[in-house]
Ligand binder design. Structure first.
Ligand code: SF4
Length: 228
């Protein structure tokens, strides 16, 4: 099934779907609901078209946050959905702790490229002490793209990055390509609709939205959002 999958026509369908999804009703609840629908549709497509020996060997799960030391970028609707989730699910005290973690992560990583960020091995602010993602149900699309079929090899590869000669991580490449297609097509749809479509760093975008909810109105009016 994977061999015959036509990514080009899939991308066109996703672009149409994203345009329809984002073309009306843009308050925070609607945007969050639409990001949920998009993630559900992508997971459904993966289950339908992506079954392969690699898929059945995916070893990722709660307790392994080995790859959560990479730079993660999000599109604004994703950041809005994550912020909305935090505001509903976290107490004021938990939000304050999270804000401090996000600020520290931003301070340490905002100017680092992907390789430098890996060297630093500073975990994502959303990774809890048990190695699970606190925002798993609303996690960014690009986090959903990364998988590993061999957790040991995955941990070794990340540990050995500064030493060169890190082993290649075996992953489900179909899942990676499908989710990256959804992310890119969402970006194209936002651009078509005159909305800010530039990728933002996850920690910076969420911090800014937590600090200033007016940014959502700025975003939906078609202005570029000044994330810092
Ligand atoms: S958002 Fe979740 S899955 Fe993505 S890097 Fe952070 S902890 Fe990992």
């Amino acid at each position: 099934m994977q061999d015959q999958f036509d990514f080009s026509s899939y991308g066109q369908q996703v672009r149409k779907f994203c345009r329809a999804l984002m073309s009306s009703g843009r308050n925070v609840v609607q945007i969050s609901g639409r990001m949920h629908l998009l993630a559900v549709a992508a997971e459904r497509d993966l289950a339908r078209f992506g079954v392969s020996p690699e898929t059945s060997r995916i070893a990722c799960g709660p307790g392994c946050g080995a790859c959560c030391v990479l730079n993660v970028t999000v599109l604004m609707p994703e950041a809005i959905a994550i912020t909305w989730f935090l505001q509903r699910r976290f107490s004021a005290e938990e939000l304050e702790i999270l804000r401090t973690r996000l600020q520290e992560l931003r301070r340490l990583t905002r100017w680092l490229d992907d390789e430098e960020r890996l060297y630093l091995r500073k975990p994502c602010a959303f990774l809890d002490e048990c190695g699970s993602c606190m925002i798993h149900t609303v996690r960014p699309l690009l986090c959903r793209a990364i998988t590993s079929t061999d957790p040991e090899l995955c941990r070794d590869a990340i540990a050995m990055v500064p030493l060169d000669g890190a082993p290649n991580v075996e992953m489900d490449l179909f899942q990676k390509k499908l989710i990256e297609t959804v992310y890119c097509e969402l970006g194209w749809a936002l651009e078509y609709l005159g909305l800010d479509h530039r990728p933002k760093r996850l920690s910076s975008a969420v911090l800014n939205l937590l600090a200033d909810p007016e940014m959502i109105a700025l975003y939906t009016s078609g202005e570029s959002v000044p994330i810092n």
